[in-house]
Ligand binder design. Structure first.
Ligand code: ADP
Ligand code: MG
Length: 703
């Protein structure tokens, strides 16, 4: 009998939800939780003790023996250290499992090895983790047995953020405070909080685990460093939204079930553009929870893949010449009394508020395009942005035809009288049309697109945390709201002041709007004329974090201190250097121990064939020509290998920092690319039987 699953029953089965808290906590304790969740502040230790006990009892009922403070250090992935609930046996030798309020709200992982960018001298190595009460605890079913995971923020003892979550929480707070000022001005005085909501669509590749294990590059760097294109690519478009194959279907089914149990609202699944590429989208939720859930999604994708004999590749560019993976970060801002501020609304009042908010976002994105670009950079994304498969590295905003026209009219005349769809555009006097996202008109090439009632930030890398992009978005928009509110709160004639502000911001920042083809060469030129930044790589984007403009922004809203920003700069350079170093060493290893030896034996075979064929009195020109070609590329490979070895050694000896990171980008990376060229040529010439590892065709067409 096929096992039927009941989604309603399993959903959030492994989450300590509000409902479970309500059922298991005394009323007063539950109320305190709700208060702290909604208004901030700290739990009393007495209440923390009560919650910890209830949480532990629930977890133990579900078979958990350990708990873990689950956090997101600057490595970009999650970290956990497991502690069991075990205590000293009592005098009768009986074990009582315990979990105290103190253990719940604060932890001290000995985390001296996590990157801190010099913020935390190693002698006082212990950072601490603090429970993020707004993100629910959950049970992870790992090989170690079920573990109670408590989502936490990770800070140094002096309070500096050492993770991706703390700044995100700070930025959400800042956005809420500033956005409230705006909505209050427009008469929504009921709203007590504004929430940033995020839905992150996640792309990924699945390959056969056994084949992947035969490739060091996939094992060590999550992507292929060698590989000639397969005879067939994605030119037939037969994979995109194609029928999902049995093996993949089985995987997706289990992935959904596992995610549902963890309270992740996995909603949509489909095949993506490239062969072996797929996508999963959850339903949007509060930004910090979405960030936690996206980490859970990535982790679960990998874990479930292993069970199906598959390997999940989250790298931005696992295969050269094949579309890479990204994450579409859908972002909106909502009041706690049910209004989405990015929804144009139905009344003139809502419309004007929407236009002001849009004007503020235009200002924010234009002013801080560099920061937004930085927030979406990671090592893998360098291989993808601007490569005709993902947005270019230039930030711009897509508004769609209708809305762009409204902006144009407002800029030109100060009023928008007409609407492209026909009918009367009624800004100021009547209402805006519905800016429904129009499926036929959606511009996939834009990095930041308005899609009806949200912005879709499409630049984010598939493997990256969505912490930084959302921190940056919240921060820059908070700043624009703050400056607008400063002016509007003082205005004598509010209506006129709003009108003037919309016109001023839209006029000044109109250059950030671009509805055309973002993949085209003309756009690169046009963007340069407009003075928009075009930051090609991750290392070039790092500096944007410590410009006066950035420091002022982040310090003003208490999101990062200058020291925190400087530490992140250090970590980013180091991360880049280390990642490229691993890739370089992997290439060196594969070239010298696998490819070159295989090709050498092949040339021996060929040489022997030539001799034997000639001995038999026949002409051996085909064999000889092949031998010559192969031998030529072999020599090129050997030379390129030596150059890479030299560059790598030089890079490794350098002091960590900006100069080293740039050396990796300019010298090591270039030497890596040069080594790949003859290797890929050899792959096509050499007998498949002797090629030392699975090829692209083996990996992406035979899953
Ligand atoms: P598409 O592929 O067309 O972009 P999907 O349905 O795959 O659309 O993904 C859309 C994502 O946007 C989903 O995660 C969805 O929950 C999210 N989303 C929808 N509305 C909002 C909103 N108001 N704020 C934030 N995210 C949203
Ligand atoms: Mg999308």
């Amino acid at each position: 009998m096929k096992e039927l699953i009941n989604v309603e029953n399993i959903f959030a089965e492994n989450v300590f939800t509000m409902g479970k808290m309500k059922a298991r906590l005394p009323k007063s304790a539950y109320k305190e939780v709700v208060r702290v969740m909604e208004q901030g502040g700290e739990l009393s230790l007495a209440t923390a003790d009560i919650i910890a006990k209830a949480m532990k009892d629930w977890a133990v009922e579900k078979g958990a023996t350990h708990y873990s403070h689950w956090f997101q250090p600057l490595t970009g992935i999650t970290a956990e250290k497991h502690d069991s609930f075990i205590t000293h046996p009592d005098e009768d030798g009986k074990m009582i499992m315990e979990f105290s309020g103190k253990e719940l709200i604060k932890g001290e992982p000995d985390a001296s090895s996590f990157p801190s960018g010099g913020l935390r001298a190693t002698f006082e190595a212990r950072g601490y983790t603090a429970w993020d009460i707004t993100s629910p605890a959950f049970i992870k079913e790992a090989a170690t047995g079920p573990i109670l995971c408590i989502p936490t923020a990770f800070c140094s003892y002096t309070g500096e953020a050492l993770d991706k979550k703390t700044p995100l929480l700070r930025s959400m707070e800042a956005l809420s405070v500033q956005a409230l000022r705006i909505v209050h001005l427009f008469g929504n005085t009921e709203a007590a909080k504004v929430i940033a909501s995020v839905g992150a669509e996640q792309e990924y590749f699945l390959v056969d685990q056994k084949k992947a294990q035969l490739r060091e590059d996939i094992i060590f760097s999550g992507r292929t460093l060698f590989g000639a294109p397969a005879p067939k690519g994605q030119e037939m478009d037969d994979h995109y939204f194609g029928v999902i194959r049995e093996r993949i279907g089985g995987y997706m089914k289990e992935l959904n079930e596992e995610l549902w149990k963890l309270g992740v609202t996995a909603k949509t699944q489909h095949n993506e553009a490239a062969p072996a590429q797929h996508e999963l989208a959850p339903i949007y939720e509060t930004a910090n929870i979405a960030a936690d859930h996206n980490q859970i999604v990535m982790e679960t994708m990998k874990r479930v893949a292993a069970k199906h004999g598959l390997r999940c590749l989250l790298h931005e560019k696992p295969f050269e010449g094949v579309n890479g993976s990204g994450k579409h970060n859908n972002w909106s801002i909502n009041t706690d009394n049910g209004y989405n501020l990015l929804d144009p609304g139905d009344t003139p009042n809502e419309n004007i508020q929407f236009l002001l908010i849009l004007a503020c976002i235009m200002k924010a994105v234009d002013t801080h395009a560099d920061l937004l670009r930085q927030s979406a950079s990671d090592v893998g994304n360098d291989l993808r942005l601007g490569a005709d498969e993902a947005p270019p590295a230039i930030i711009s905003i897509f508004l769609g035809e209708q809305l762009e026209d409204v902006v144009k009219q407002l800029v030109e005349t100060g009023v928008a009288e007409t609407c492209i769809e026909g009918g009367v555009m009624k800004t100021g006097v009547s209402t805006l049309p519905d800016f429904e996202k129009d499926a036929t008109d959606r511009n996939r090439t834009s990095p930041f697109a308005f899609t009806g009632n949200k912005f879709e930030f499409r630049m984010v890398g598939s493997e990256d945390s969505i912490g930084s992009p959302n921190t940056t978005l919240n921060a820059i928009v908070a700043e624009a709201f703050c400056e607008a509110a400063d002016r509007l709160e003082k205005a004598e004639n509010f209506d006129k002041a709003v009108h003037d502000l919309i016109k001023e911001y839209m006029t000044k920042h109109q250059r950030i709007i671009f509805n055309g083809n973002g993949y085209s060469e003309e756009w690169v030129e046009e963007a340069a004329r407009r003075g928009l930044p075009n930051i090609a790589t991750m290392v070039e984007a790092v500096d944007t974090l410590t410009t006066d403009k950035a420091v002022k922004l982040f310090e003003r809203f208490g999101i990062f201190t200058k020291a925190e920003l400087e530490s992140r700069v250090e970590i980013l350079y180091e991360t880049y250097a280390k990642t490229i170093n691993i890739e370089a060493l992997t290439m060196i290893d594969m070239a010298s121990k696998q490819i070159i030896p295989a090709v050498i034996s092949y040339t021996k075979e060929l040489a022997e064939t030539v001799v034997m064929v000639m001995k038999a009195g026949l002409e051996a020109s085909v064999q000889r020509e092949l031998l010559e070609k192969v031998n030529g590329h072999l020599k090129e490979m050997q030379d390129a290998l030596m150059k890479l070895q030299q560059a790598e050694a030089k890079a490794r000896a350098m002091k960590p920092g900006k100069e080293q990171a740039f050396f990796y980008k300019d010298e090591v990376k270039t030497a890596m690319d040069a080594l790949r060229v003859p290797a890929d040529k050899l792959e096509v010439l050499v007998d498949k039987r002797v090629w030392p590892f699975p090829t692209y065709a083996d990996l992406i067409f035979e899953v």
